[in-house]
Design a protein. Structure first.
Length: 110
C-alpha cells in the first residue's frame, strides 16, 4: 500500500479506516449462431466485463466500472477453408462515451 495510500488510490479508506487492497474482475458472454443457408450464418453476441475495487488515483475509472458489448453480424462461407465476416458492435461503457464499430474480416480455417 505504500507510505501514503491516499495519494495512490482514488477511493478513500472504508469504515474500518483501511484502504481496499483488492479488486475483482469478472466477465461473461452469450453467443448465438444461426445457420440461414449452407453458406450464411447469423451471429449475435452479448458480453461484458466488470471491475470492482479501488483504482489508481490517476485512473478515469470508478470503483465499479463495466463494459457491455452487443454484436450482430453475418458470416459468409464460400468455401470450407475460409469465411468472410461482416459485423457491427455497440460498446456501452460505464465511464466513457458509447462507441459503435463496423468491421469486416476474412478468417481462414486450418
Amino acid at each position: 500500500m505504500g507510505d501514503d495510500p491516499a495519494s495512490r488510490f482514488a477511493c478513500g479508506p472504508g469504515e474500518n479506516g483501511r484502504f481496499d487492497d483488492f479488486f475483482l474482475k469478472d466477465g461473461w458472454y452469450v453467443d448465438l449462431e444461426l445457420r440461414l443457408h449452407p453458406a450464411v450464418e447469423l451471429i449475435g453476441r452479448f458480453d461484458g466485463l466488470r471491475g470492482i475495487g479501488n483504482v489508481a488515483a490517476t485512473s478515469p475509472l470508478r470503483s465499479e466500472s463495466m463494459i457491455l458489448r452487443y454484436t450482430a453480424g453475418l458470416n459468409f462461407i464460400p468455401d470450407r477453408a475460409f469465411r468472410i465476416k461482416l459485423f457491427s458492435q455497440l460498446y456501452d461503457f460505464s465511464d466513457f462515451p458509447d462507441e459503435v464499430t463496423i468491421q469486416a474480416a476474412v478468417a481462414a480455417n486450418f
